[in-house]
Write a protein that binds this ligand. Structure first.
Ligand code: TXA
Ligand code: MG
Length: 317
């Protein structure tokens, strides 16, 4: 589907999968409740899990959320980009989108196709990742097509550049920024812009308290159907059954693939951006094969490595 057709569909209250620089999103006119309802239905997503609204600019954010003094700084530094801001919502934003919460998630994406659609349509677009609820997010049009049996039109713009979902920052209290989901933009970069520290509560406790803040952020998620085991680099592997071992970088010594053990790697040199870019595509590919277990190496816990590990920990629950 092309950009013009996608805009017509969205204006009519239909759903279209759109490319963003993080992952593909399942988009609907955010102010059309019937359209938003379809997104929940297609994804099989529980109504307690709120959606992100995509906007082309900070001006538009102010129409749906209460801005504050630090939002401008954040938008100036990181928008358009992979940073979602949680802010108090304006009254007219449907409760369906925010799952009844007093806050709304807003992001201005960088992908030129998504931006063209936002700018030309004038719509606010609600868009969760375009995967069935709980499964691995899509980084290519083919992922969306296979997940929904070709029932949802897709604007194909090739692979998503970053390959991991946006960082979610709760900035509803401007003095107390908290990252609810780690992503491509790290706490350190945000803290440098704001000049105050940024909480990363997900690193400390994984109990249900945080679930109330961010309903979709805790439970099992991003999961392949195949059992996934996360290991530290260099750990011995003995799982029994047919196993695929996913390394972050090409092993130093040549690998010995056998009937029961296959080795793959996500990058040549361990570059974490490349790892993130390839991660979901490789997970989906191996999940479509008949392995009993996926073993995957933990990333160094720094920069985007934190976001990679967060997804892998939750995929392996
Ligand atoms: O990169 C991304 O963020 C992608 C692309 C398509 O923009 N979107 C995405 O959406 O990952 P989704 O729905 O798969 O994940 C959004 C997360 C959900 O886990 C949801 O619980 C959380 O954002 N969220 C949404 N509104 C919230 C709110 N008001 N307070 C706390 N968490 C919220
Ligand atoms: Mg998602």
């Amino acid at each position: 589907m092309n950009i013009e057709e996608a805009i017509t569909h969205l204006q009519q209250g239909d759903i279209v999968a759109l490319p963003t620089e993080t992952v593909y999103g399942l988009a609907a006119d955010a102010l059309n409740e019937a359209a938003v309802q379809k997104v929940f239905q297609i994804k099989g997503r529980p109504l307690i899990d709120p959606l992100i609204i995509h906007v082309p600019s900070l001006d538009k954010l102010c129409k749906i959320a209460e801005s504050n003094e630090v939002v401008e700084q954040l938008a100036h530094a990181f928008w358009p980009g992979a940073l979602t801001l949680i802010l108090p919502k304006k009254k007219h934003v449907p409760d369906l989108i925010t799952a009844g919460l007093p806050t709304v998630a807003v992001r201005s994406p960088q992908h030129p196709v998504m931006r063209a659609i936002l700018e030309q349509s004038g719509l606010f677009l609600a868009a969760p990742s375009a995967n069935p609820f709980g499964y691995i997010s899509p980084t290519r049009a083919a992922h969306v097509i296979s997940s929904f049996n070709n029932t949802v039109p897709v604007v194909d713009a090739g692979p998503s550049d970053l390959g991991l979902e946006s960082t979610i920052l709760d900035i509803s209290n401007p003095n107390k920024p908290r990252i609810l989901r780690p992503g491509p933009i790290g706490a350190k970069a945000i803290s440098e812009v704001l000049g105050i520290s940024v909480e990363e509560p997900y690193l400390v406790h994984k109990d249900d308290k945080q679930g109330a803040q961010a309903p979709g952020l805790l439970a099992k998620h991003y999961s392949p159907k195949t059992k996934l085991v996360l290991v530290d680099k260099g750990s011995p592997v003995s799982t029994g059954g047919k196993t695929v071992f996913i390394h972050l970088q090409r092993p130093d010594t040549p690998v010995n693939n056998t009937d029961s053990l296959t080795h793959l790697w996500l990058s040549e040199d361990g570059d974490l951006k490349t790892v993130a870019h390839n991660l979901f595509d490789v997970l989906r590919k191996v999940d479509a094969q008949d392995y009993d277990t996926i073993v995957i190496e933990r990333a160094p816990n720094e920069g985007i490595g934190k976001a990679i590990n967060n997804r892998l920990e939750r995929a392996g629950v």
